[in-house]
Write a protein that binds this ligand. Structure first.
Ligand code: MN
Ligand code: MG
Length: 448
C-alpha cells in the first residue's frame, strides 16, 4: 500500500541495525545444556484495533503504532528461537475509528471476522485474555468477535450471572479460566521433551462500573489476586510445569481489595512463573516508568522477583520474557529469566523513526477495512463557519469544548423527551483536554 511513509535511508539503516540486534543469540540459547531449554514468550497488549501504523484521527501515517510493525519483531524472534510462544493481553477491540466503524457502521454479523482478529489470526497466538475495553460494545458483540479468533481466550475472574460462589473455583465463569498448552521443547542438546504451560487470565474488576450498562445483571467480577490464589494450585495439580498469567492489569505496589492494577500482587502468588501485564499503557522494564518502587526491578524486569513485562500500547512494543528451564525428572522448572519491552520505533531529535517495517500480510489483508475506515472518518458530519481548535482549552473558554457540551445536552434531551423528566433542565460538563499540539494549529493561526 502506498499510504505509508516510505522508509528513509536513515530509518532504513536504523531498522537494519535493530533487525541485526534481534537476531543476536539470547544468552540462554547459548547456555542451555541437555535437559535445559530456552523458552521465549512474546506479548502484545492494548492494541485497541491499531492494526496498521495509521492515525485515523489525524488521517496520516504514524510510526509509533500498528500491529503490522510489532508483527515484524515477533517474526524476527520466531525465526531465531528454538522454542517460542505468542500471547495477547487484551484491550484489542476498541479504541480507534476502525473499531467504531465496525461497531457502529458495518456491524458484526454471525460469522464475520473483526479486523483486529483478522490481523491477529495471521500471527499464531497461543492464547489471549480479555481487557476492560472488550466490553465497550456489549457482550453479544464481544462474543461474535471472540468466535472468529483462531486462538483461545482465558479469564478467571469474569463470572456469568449475578452470583459469586463461596469458592472462586465453583464460579460459573463466562469463559474458561485457564488452559494448559502441551508443547514440545527442544533442549540445549537438540532433544525434544513435552512441557505443559498453564495460562490464566484476569480482567480489572472495575468493568462492572465502567461498562455497567452492558454488564449489570449479566456478569460479575472477582478480585484478581483472590482468583489467582484459588486457581493456580488447580493448574499445578493438573500437571502444568509452569504457569504464566495474562494479567490485563497494571503494576501498583499499593494494597487493597478489587485492585485495578494488581499485577504486582499476581507475581507474588505461589506457582506463578511469569506475568504479562498491560492496561496502563506504560512500558516495563525500562528507564522511564515504575521507577523507585519497592519490589519492582525496572532494570531486570521483575515484580517480587518474578519476570514481568508491559508492552506499551497500540503495538508500540513487543513484550518478551525469556525463560531458562531445567528438566527435573519429568517436569520443568524456571531457573533463570530475563524480560524486555522491545520498541517498534525510536524517538530522535523530536522525530519518531521506525525501527522495523510492516508485516506485509497484515497490510494486504486489512486493506479493505483500512479503506472503509478512511471513508468513514473522512465523511463530513457538519460544517463550521469558525475554526475549531483546542490548544487553549485548559486556560480559556473554548469553542471545541462547547461543541462537545452542546452535543451531550442534545443527546440527553433526546433520551428524556418522552419520559417523565422531559421538562428537567439539562446541564452538561465537558473536560477541557488539550487535543492539539502547536503543530496541529491551523496554518493561519497567530499568537495575538
Ligand atoms: Mn488499554
Ligand atoms: Mg485496559
Amino acid at each position: 500500500m502506498t499510504i505509508f511513509r516510505p522508509l528513509t535511508r536513515r530509518s532504513f539503516l536504523s531498522g537494519t541495525a535493530a533487525a541485526g540486534a534481534v537476531i543476536l543469540l539470547h544468552p540462554f540459547s547459548a547456555r542451555a545444556q541437555a535437559n535445559q531449554a530456552h523458552l521465549r514468550i512474546m506479548e502484545t497488549t492494548d492494541i485497541h484495533v491499531n492494526v496498521l501504523p495509521y492515525d485515523y484521527y489525524g488521517d496520516k501515517p504514524n510510526d509509533t503504532m500498528g500491529l503490522s510493525r510489532t508483527a515484524t519483531l515477533i517474526d524476527a524472534v520466531r525465526r531465531e528461537a528454538t522454542n517460542a510462544m505468542l500471547v495477547d493481553n487484551g484491550d484489542f477491540l476498541q479504541g480507534n475509528p476502525m473499531g467504531d466503524y465496525v461497531a457502529y457502521e458495518r456491524g458484526m454479523k454471525e460469522g464475520d471476522i473483526h479486523p483486529v482478529i483478522k490481523a491477529m489470526n495471521l500471527l499464531g497466538y497461543e492464547a489471549s485474555t480479555l481487557g476492560n475495553h472488550e466490553f465497550n460494545y456489549g457482550l453479544s458483540f464481544m462474543d461474535k468477535v471472540l468466535a472468529g479468533a483462531n486462538f483461545p481466550f482465558v479469564c478467571a475472574n469474569l463470572v456469568r450471572g449475578t452470583q459469586l460462589a463461596s469458592n472462586p473455583r465453583e464460579d460459573s465463569l463466562y469463559i474458561k479460566p485457564y488452559m494448559i498448552i502441551e508443547k514440545t521443547l527442544k533442549d540445549g542438546a537438540g532433544a525434544e521433551h513435552p512441557i505443559k504451560v498453564g495460562i490464566i487470565g484476569f480482567v480489572p474488576p472495575q468493568i462492572m462500573i465502567w461498562d455497567s450498562k452492558n454488564l449489570t445483571g449479566n456478569v460479575m467480577t472477582r478480585d484478581i489476586v483472590e482468583t489467582a490464589r484459588a486457581w493456580v494450585p488447580q493448574i499445578k495439580e493438573e500437571g502444568a510445569d509452569i504457569v504464566i498469567a495474562l494479567s490485563h492489569s497494571g503494576i501498583d505496589i499499593g494494597t487493597g481489595d478489587m485492585m485495578e492494577n494488581a499485577s504486582f500482587h499476581v507475581a507474588g502468588v505461589e506457582g506463578i512463573d511469569a506475568v504479562f501485564t498491560g492496561h496502563q499503557h506504560l512500558v516495563f522494564p525500562g528507564k522511564k516508568d515504575f521507577q523507585g518502587l519497592a519490589g519492582v526491578d525496572t532494570e531486570k524486569g521483575t515484580l517480587q522477583g518474578k519476570p514481568a513485562v508491559q508492552a506499551g500500547f497500540w503495538g508500540s512494543h513487543m513484550g518478551l520474557i525469556d525463560l531458562l528451564l531445567d528438566r527435573d525428572g519429568n517436569s520443568w522448572k524456571v531457573v533463570s529469566a530475563t524480560s524486555e519491552a522491545r520498541p517498534i520505533y525510536e524517538r530522535v531529535d523530536g522525530k519518531n523513526n521506525p525501527l522495523v517495517g510492516d508485516d506485509q500480510r497484515i497490510v494486504d489483508e486489512l486493506k479493505p477495512e483500512h479503506e472503509a475506515t478512511l471513508a468513514y472518518v473522512r465523511r463530513p458530519v457538519g460544517k463550521t463557519s469558525a475554526p475549531l481548535y483546542s490548544y487553549f482549552a485548559l486556560v480559556a473558554d473554548d469553542p471545541s469544548v462547547q461543541v462537545v457540551s452542546q452535543a451531550q445536552t442534545w443527546y440527553v434531551k433526546d433520551l428524556l423527551k418522552d419520559s417523565q423528566w422531559k421538562d428537567l433542565p439539562v446541564l452538561s460538563a465537558a473536560a477541557p483536554f488539550n487535543r492539539h499540539s502547536p503543530s496541529g494549529l491551523p496554518l493561519d493561526f497567530k499568537l495575538a
